[in-house]
Design a protein around this ligand. Structure first.
Ligand code: COA
Length: 174
């Protein structure tokens, strides 16, 4: 799958991007991009990349963050059945969205695949035990489950993909 698709550029979010015009159909996603994604970049708490169309419009984006899974939430099979004594490191796909004007052309699926590919690169530099996604709706959760993610027991909308499975799906040596 070629990325970015022809006619688009993938860029690190900055103040020149037209993020307030972005409309994914989910106000939480739009508000994140318009108001919180830049401050989070400035605080070094997450990284947002935007897919910019030739017109300059933001067609889509995704946000990745370093996180740690609360000890009480760690699925036993993730660490070989042994409960951890400190929160294990995880990589969270915190936000993902496609503007409605660009929806239905595969961009959401491609941004998701790109986020996972970024995850593999990060893994080789700084290991983590799993990729986490926070699904906003049941439909989102079902979609991530179809793509290999498993619900984190005891949470609503949190799913995980073990790093070993990530490497199998995307490719790359452990
Ligand atoms: C979900 C979303 C990213 C899909 O973008 P898109 O570019 O239209 O996606 P694609 O063309 O690659 O999608 C192909 C199919 O997979 C679905 N899909 C893709 N990514 C998805 C996701 N993260 N969650 C749920 N469904 C998704 C699409 O809805 C579409 O389903 P359909 O054929 O039944 O209509 C976009 O509609 C969006 O931004 N929605 C609002 C915000 C949101 O739900 N973000 C995900 C947060 S967890």
């Amino acid at each position: 799958m070629s990325f970015p698709p022809e006619g688009f550029a993938l860029e690190l979010l900055n103040r020149r991007h037209r993020r307030r015009a972005f409309s994914s159909g989910d106000l939480r996603v739009d508000a994140w991009l318009a108001q919180k994604a830049i401050p989070a970049m400035e605080k070094n708490t997450s990284t947002t990349r935007v897919l910019v169309a030739a017109s300059g419009a933001v067609a889509g984006f995704y946000t990745l963050a370093n996180t740690a899974l609360d000890v009480s939430l760690v699925p036993p099979e993730l660490l070989g059945g042994r409960p951890p004594n400190k929160p294990p490191p995880t990589l969270t796909l915190a936000w993902l969205g496609v503007d409605q004007g660009f929806a239905g052309h595969g961009l959401g699926t491609k941004l998701f695949a790109r986020a996972l590919a970024d995850g593999v690169q990060v893994f080789h530099l700084v290991r983590f035990v799993a990729v986490i996604v926070d699904a906003l709706t049941e439909a989102n959760a079902a979609w991530y489950a179809k793509h290999g993610f498993t619900p984190v027991p005891g949470t609503v909308g949190k799913l995980y993909l073990p790093a070993t499975t990530l490497l199998q799906i995307v490719g790359g040596e452990p």
